[in-house]
Design a protein around this ligand. Sequence first.
Ligand code: GLP
Length: 239
Amino acid sequence: MKIHVFSEEKAAVLAADRYVELLKRKPNAVLGFATGSTPLQLYRELIRRYKLGELSFNQATSFNLDEYVGLDGSSPQSYRYFMNKNLFEQIDIPLERTFVPCGKNCSEKSTVEYDAKIQVSGGIDIQLLGVGRNGHIGFNEPGTSFDSLTHRVQLSRSTREANARFFRSLDEVPFEAVSMGIKTVMNARSILLFAQGEEKAEVIQKAIYGPVTEEVPASILQLHPFVELFLDPEAAKLL
Ligand code: GLP
């Protein structure tokens, strides 16, 4: 694991360089994107670089980590909506090549098909990750099997509470989501994990130095051959 400790702004610039390098070398790269507050600065930086002409996504394909069950792209709280607004509509990626797990009116096979689509696309080149305070990656809550592929998950109360800020009230936060599995994430060729703020310090310490255990889903990253962590000084303060 390579660990970088920088301000959020500097981390975004450095991580954006990874995308510039990748898309120059492989214009049809496959990108794994994440939602939440954590990646927003990176998305702003990618948009800035795109506008400067430093990179183009017009041959790229993307797969998002997760989606709430019961919400479709017209709902402002859905992750599809979040990605369209915060990234896709501001760069040149063809929307039909941006994939987010199905949250509403899904076929029974939609989760299996999601993994199949990733494989057919050639596999994910860079998977972006945030981390939940309980160590979740995507929506893979503690206890999720390391062998999991894309699947439906029950959200823990702490995750629902953490995400309630995006909804009018806690009651409106869905109880379930669809998430890429841990194995799906681990199959990515490289992983960039971002964490900011003191509230992530404990889980970051456990993920990096603690035992590799399903109780801390992010700890599996210790076994991935190419992971870079971009931490701000608060998230890194227990290292
Ligand atoms: C959410 C998402 C995760 C995200 C995490 C952290 O529940 N499903 O993919 O990484 O929680 O969110 P934030 O970046 O807002 O702290």
